[in-house]
Design a protein. Structure first.
Length: 289
């Protein structure tokens, strides 16, 4: 089967996990991996016969056969990369907080129209994990206020995550409102240093009124099944319960262990979502149903 060629900028932990997933894809073929210095990710790509460059975005300029680029760098870097990718007609999937394009959570708002845009943003790991549950509950009853407590293993939070905690909480909050449909929201992240490392857990409290909890549970269950298509170990370990006007539920995410350890489900869900979007774009371009 013909495959769509992709580029990847920033082969750090997230980038290398993405690369393993892309190499496994029926519809995507890694053509070029870009960094600004020699690294383990660059060496990994070379060992697998993938072209590499350590000239940053300049390394992409000679290539005219790449349709999709995953940007795993930083918000500042993506602001530089985005117009170059757009000018070359390359579909950009942004895994940074830059949010040049609209937020995309594939289980909630991925459409053919979004695939025609030049740039989509993957929100945050917590956004990918909890915005679908906010949307599911909101499909049954309007959420007046949504509060997320995302707890992740400290070992799974690299320098990028730690340097962007404020952006993480604000971006996740905005996505719960703009994509999930809550009227207002708040996001909190906890880096848990426990040994052995914990799996990612996301506790959601949603303030509503007069909800049918059975309808809410059904909506959440259906959404969990949609996400399990691309994140198999995404589970509701606490089904929605309601006390007074507060619905509470808890989602756990365990990674596949491609490059990152399985406890780093917070990173695995964002790379899995990115590949899911890229495959949807590829299938549309290739005419695959």
């Amino acid at each position: 089967m013909e495959k769509i060629k992709i580029g990847l900028i920033g082969p750090g932990n997230i980038g290398r996990d993405l690369l393993v997933k892309i190499m496994r894809s029926e519809y995507l073929e890694p053509e070029l991996v870009i960094n600004v210095f020699e690294s383990g990710g660059i060496q990994f790509a070379r060992e697998h016969g993938i072209h590499t460059s350590i000239e940053g975005i300049k390394g992409l300029l000679p290539y005219d056969n790449i349709d999709i680029v995953f940007d795993c760098t930083s918000a500042t870097a993506h602001l530089e990369h985005a117009p170059i990718l757009k000018e070359k007609g390359i579909f950009a999937l942004d895994l940074t907080p830059a949010a040049v394009g609209p937020y995309c959570v594939p289980a909630v708002n991925l459409t053919d129209e979004m695939l025609d845009l030049p740039n989509l943003n993957l929100v945050t790991c917590a956004g990918q994990a909890i915005v679908p549950i906010v949307a599911a509950i909101n499909s049954v009853v309007q959420i007046e206020y949504a509060e997320l407590i995302a707890s992740i293993a400290s070992k799974s939070a690299g320098a990028g995550t730690r340097a962007n905690i404020d952006e993480f909480t604000q971006t996740t909050r905005r996505a719960m409102v703009d994509v999930g449909g809550a009227k207002s929201g708040k996001a909190i992240i906890i880096l848990n240093p426990a040994e052995p490392p914990i799996n990612m857990r996301n506790t959601l409290h949603a303030k509503v009124s007069h909800a049918d909890i059975d309808e809410v549970r059904h909506a959440v269950d259906e959404m969990v099944k949609k996400i399990q298509v691309y994140v198999p170990e995404y589970t509701a370990i606490l089904e929605p319960i309601m006390k007074d006007d507060i619905i509470t539920t808890m989602i756990q995410v365990v990674g596949r262990g491609d490059y990152l350890p399985t406890y780093a489900g917070n990173l695995d869900i964002i790379t899995s979502a990115a590949v899911n979007i890229a495959e949807a774009y590829a299938k549309k371009k290739l005419g695959v149903k």
